[in-house]
Design a protein around this ligand. Structure first.
Ligand code: ATP
Length: 429
């Protein structure tokens, strides 16, 4: 494992870290059950959360990699989304009539990068406000307005209008996904992978009012952290290497003779690339990070969608014309660093890393034995790790795309299993 603010250091060590005792993920701060800008719901009729301790699964023997994967799937089948969350946690819910600028301020204040939306008029959950929405807004204003006009407009635009912006940009609206928190975690994970939703709002019904209640949001990070902290006895057997498992996206320019991108299919940038060009890559490719490389392909840094949010939050719309080198100087000091690994790292080592620190993606770089150590080899996102656990038979959904076929498929699956189907709707009105 390695991390640094401007240059990645050594790869993840293959050996396991020292053992630590089982503990639940209580990283979210303790506090009131909900702090919301919306008051449309009540938790009075809930109280259905099972109050049980998460016991680690029993592992009586040495497991092969495949057996360990199967044991993890069984673990996920026996748990619900409720199990992933600490007993007390904070949830920020944004009213759809809130102005975007205000919403960004609230998110900055509470240090969150996405939040569920609440339609107070209809007393209904109304989707998510995410980094991708902000990326779309930036693109919209870049094409349609002057900087002054954009800055003035962002002061006024309300959250429910973002879907109109997406229509103008011809970006498909994100499907309105949600899952009941008592559904097996395994189903929720499959749903995350199938829809490429990145996050899945957990919606319950208030038994007194029959109204919807937003419980929390399940993310890939939360699920993987939950597995890493509670299934150490299983993840230690995930001994196959990232390379052998094909986890992630890897440089293979020979597969695209028309491309001049020597890192094909990986989207990269240099320190001289304009921030807006990287924003365009995020939007066009549906990705959340771009490695920053030098002329020799050595990884210098990683520019992420959250970095753009920082720029926009600071009100520096013109900052999109900055180069990446200039924009990186505005990064806050608490940036956790770029985490790198070698293609020969095991999946077990990745879980050890997730157990120890907050990591959202790893950049795969050539090891010290290579003629060009530090050269970009690949990139691994949390969705790649989730996919390797859930199996390749889970088809790709595309970011927010394909809501209709997925909807049909899920309803068919629900009919077969007798489970209540996942909620899929259109978009925020
Ligand atoms: P997020 O990190 O936003 O929560 P995620 O885990 O799906 O979501 P993404 O960065 O959106 O991560 O990655 C989606 C897919 O694109 C993954 O298969 C990943 O390997 C691939 N990918 C990630 N970054 C790049 C990139 N710069 N170029 C090409 N493919 C990428």
């Amino acid at each position: 494992m390695s991390s640094s603010s401007h240059a990645p250091a050594a790869p993840i060590p293959i050996s396991s870290p020292p053992s630590s005792s089982l503990h639940r993920n209580t990283s979210t701060s303790r506090g009131p059950r909900r702090q919301s800008t919306s008051t449309g719901t009540s938790s009075g009729g809930l109280g259905r959360r099972p109050s049980r301790v998460v016991h680690p699964p029993m592992v009586p023997k040495i497991l092969s990699h495949d057996e360990a994967v199967e044991a993890l799937r069984s673990f996920l089948r026996e748990r619900s989304s409720y199990d992933v969350f600490p007993v007390s946690f904070r949830l920020i819910v944004l009213d759809t009539t809130l102005k975007v600028k205000k919403a960004l301020e609230v998110m900055l204040l509470y240090n969150v990068v996405s939040a569920p939306l609440w339609n107070t008029a209809e007393a209904k959950f109304a989707g998510m406000f995410t980094v991708q929405d902000v990326i779309h807004l930036i693109q919209y204003y870049y094409h349609t307005s002057s900087w002054e006009g954009a800055a003035a407009d962002v002061e006024q635009i309300r959250l429910f209008r973002i879907r109109e912006v997406e229509k103008t940009l011809s970006v498909p609206p994100p499907p309105l996904l949600s899952v009941h928190p008592l559904r097996p975690l395994y189903d929720a994970c499959r749903f995350l992978i199938r829809t490429h939703a990145r996050r899945l709002p957990l919606i319950d019904k208030d038994t007194q009012t029959n109204g919807e209640v937003v419980i929390s949001v399940l993310t890939q990070y939360r699920v993987l952290k939950f597995i890493a902290t509670n299934c150490r006895d299983i993840t230690q057997y995930l001994t196959s290497t990232l390379q052998d498992l094909g986890i992630g996206t890897y440089v293979s320019p020979e597969h695209d003779s028309n491309s001049e991108n020597q890192f094909y299919p990986i989207a990269t940038a240099t320190m001289q690339t304009a921030v807006f060009d990287v924003v365009h890559m995020f939007s066009e490719r549906g990705i959340s990070a771009v490695p920053i490389v030098d002329d020799n392909g050595k990884v210098l840094d990683l520019y992420e969608t959250v970095d753009v949010i920082t720029l926009v939050r600071n009100g520096a719309y013109q900052a999109l014309d900055l180069t990446i080198a200039q924009a990186l100087k505005q990064r806050t000091a608490d940036f956790p660093g770029v985490v790198t690994c070698s293609p020969k790292s095991s999946l077990s080592a990745v879980f050890s890393l997730i157990r120890m620190r907050r990591v959202h993606r790893l950049v795969v770089v050539a090891g010290p034995e290579d003629s060009q150590p530090g050269r970009l080899v690949g990139i691994i996102s949390l969705s790649d790790i989730m996919r390797s656990l859930m199996g390749n038979d889970v088809p790709l959904g595309g970011s927010g795309i394909g809501a209709v076929p997925i909807d049909r498929e899920l309803r068919e699956e629900a009919a077969e299993t007798g489970h209540e189907p996942f909620t899929l709707g259109q978009s925020v009105e």
